[in-house]
Structure formats: C-alpha cells, structure tokens
Design a protein around this ligand. Structure first.
Ligand code: 1HN
Length: 349
C-alpha cells in the first residue's frame, strides 16, 4: 500500500474509521498476515523440568484434594500463547497428581486426552468402567466422550502428563462435559481386559461376543514394557532413520490410524552419539524425555535434554537432536487432525 498518494491514504483511513464500528475491515490491509507463505505461529520452543513442576504439584497436594480440585493439575502454558492454557495452538499439557487413597471423580467431555505416566506406579485410570493399571511411562487414552475416573490405590504419589486437544475443541466451539455424579463408574470389565482382547495386533472377530469395546477405538492402554520392547527390537533390526532415529507411532488397532481423532503419539530412540539431520513439520509437538540425555536444536533455540524434561517443538521449526546417552522420547501432536484436514506437511533439511 506504500504507493498510495497521501490524499488517497487519508480517504482510505476515513473509510476504515467509518466501517470499523460496523465490523467491516479491508482485506487488502490484512491479507499478508492472514495467509502467510509459511507457518508463523506464536508457539515458543520452551522447556520445563519434571522435578521442578513436581515440587509445586506436591505443594498444591498439601492445599487441595483431588476430589475438591476435580483434577489436581498444573497447566503447562506456552509463554507465546498467554491466557490460552495451550502448550501449542491446538494442544494442552498438564501434570496431574493423585495422592495415595485419592480418587479423581468420573466425568466425560468432548476433549480427547492421553496420559503418560512420569512418576509413581500402580494407580489406575478407568475408561467406561474398565481399569488400566498405570506403570511408569505407560500411555493411557481417554478418547472423547468416554467416561473416565482415576484412583490411586498404590502407596505413593502418582504423577502423569495429561495431553488434551482443548484448544482444538475450543476453536470449533464444540465443548460438552458432564459429571457422572459418582466417584467411580461401576466396574464393567476386569482390569486390562481390552488389552487382552485388542493389544496384540489381533482383534476378536467382528460380531463375536468377545468384540466388546467401541469398534472405532478399542484399545486405550499402551504399556511401557511393550512399546520399549518394540523400540529395542526395531533398533536391533535396522539402522536409525537419519531424521527421526528409531521411531514408532502408537496405532489404533481398529484401523491402523492415529490413536485418537485429533492426537497422534509416537516414541523414538536415538542411539548414544547419534545426531539426527534436520526435519520440520506442521504439527507442533510436545516431547518428554523418558531415558537418556542430549541436546535439541529447535529452530534457533538450543535446549539441553535430560530425563523428565518436557519441551515443545513449534510448527515448521527445524528439529535436530543429538543423543549423548541412548535417548528415548515420547511425543504427541495434532498430526492426526491435520492429516484429516489436508494440512499436514513435513520437510527434511
Ligand atoms: C481431564 O478430564 C483430566 O480426566 C485431566 O484426568 C486434565 C484438563 C482439562 C479438561 C479435562 C482427567 C483435564 C481434563
């Protein structure tokens, strides 16, 4: 617009002033910012450390019960997205604490959630009345609109990472939620029942009495013992991918697709001394360091990585990872949603 003569500019400004109160704006002043040639989000490449958050969580644990809080969670809000409760523009992350003997009461909502266990052993998440026993670094899903409650029947505090699609649901203005009105749902199946039925790359024949979970999302527990074994096997079978290391995506056994409609999750192993080549993708990703240590270069930002770190790789920021010791990462992103919408892209550097 710089070629306009002063008089024209003045008249346009007058026009804008008149239109503004009527909710009308000139696209030609906004087009470049609205439709960018490449992603230009506000999400920052930040990092938290588990042990620091844990101290604050334990202090919150002295002051409010899981029952009173409904969910005793500290939100990890991205400093680039203040006031949104988002860790990225589409995803939320929080750390949840349940103390021994406590219950987080049963509810359901439109938002999809995953839990990744960081500390403690032996609490449970029940989904539609079926318990999954939570062990360190297990992945547990509570897909949208399924009843879920948590309880800590172990003797130690239990802390996990909650990953939800809250900003995505907010974007569509499609949030519904309800409480069951009881602490826990009555038991509908023995603990780990769906893992026995659906957890081994097989499923009960459709239409048989054994096929009892919702057909579209039958499995909700991916234990560390199993995914770690698969990663080890992959690392023995093949050289690491130059950009990803050894990487495995968690799958929905019903269709071979992502674990939930809006959220994808994966794990990766980078051998000691391995240095990945650069890769960028449109799905901003939340990572946590399960094992080992190293260094991540995220765009222009360098982050040291150690056990318990939670860090963000924003959309279209080139990620390079150097593993000092054998490094194992868990990551989740909105790739599942972007692929459905035809938006997902990645590029190698
Ligand atoms: C939720 O349902 C849980 O069930 C945790 O543990 C965190 C954050 C926002 C909305 C719902 C849970 C949540 C949440």
């Amino acid at each position: 617009m710089s070629t306009l003569v002063n008089d024209q500019r003045q008249q346009l400004e007058g026009l804008y002033d008149e239109m503004r109160p009527k909710g009308l704006y000139p696209l030609w002043e906004h087009l470049a910012a609205l439709v960018t040639p490449e992603p230009r989000g506000q999400t920052k490449a930040v990092k938290w450390n588990f042990s620091e958050i844990r101290d604050y969580l334990m202090r919150a644990g002295d002051l409010i019960s899981a029952h009173d809080a409904e969910r005793r969670v500290l939100i990890l809000e991205n400093p680039g997205l203040p006031g949104t409760s988002g860790i990225t523009s589409s995803l939320y992350a929080g750390l949840q604490l349940i103390l021994p003997g406590e219950v987080a009461p049963c509810h359901r909502h439109s938002q999809c959630a995953l839990r990744f266990v960081l500390d403690g052993d032996g609490a449970f998440t029940a989904v539609d009345g079926e318990k999954a026993v939570m062990r360190p670094f297990d992945l547990i899903l509570t897909p949208n609109w399924q009843w879920h409650d948590h309880g800590n029947v172990s003797g130690k505090p239990m802390i996990w990472l909650d990953g939800l699609d809250i900003p995505t649901v907010h974007h569509f203005d499609a949030s519904f939620a309800e409480k069951l009105g009881q602490e826990a749902m009555s038991e509908s199946a023995p603990a780990d029942d769906s893992m026995r039925r659906y957890g081994r790359n097989l499923r009960p024949m459709r239409g048989s009495t054994a096929d009892r979970r919702p057909t579209e999302l039958p499995l909700f527990h991916y234990p560390y013992s199993e995914w770690r074994h698969s990663l080890t096997s992959l690392a023995e079978a093949d050289a690491p991918d130059p950009h990803l290391g050894h990487a495995l995506e968690f799958l929905n056994p019903a269709n071979g697709g992502a674990i939930m409609p809006t959220i994808s999750a994966h794990v990766r192993l980078l051998p000691a001394g391995f240095e990945s080549r650069g890769r960028k993708s449109t799905d901003a990703t939340v990572f946590t360091v399960v094992e080992g240590s190293g260094q991540a270069q995220i765009g222009e930002i360098e982050q040291g990585l150690k056990h318990g770190d939670i860090f963000v790789v924003p959309s279209w920021h080139t990620l390079r990872i150097r593993a000092t010791d054998e490094l194992v990462l868990f990551g989740y992103s909105d790739r599942a949603a972007q692929e459905k919408l035809g938006l997902y892209r990645e590029a190698k550097a």
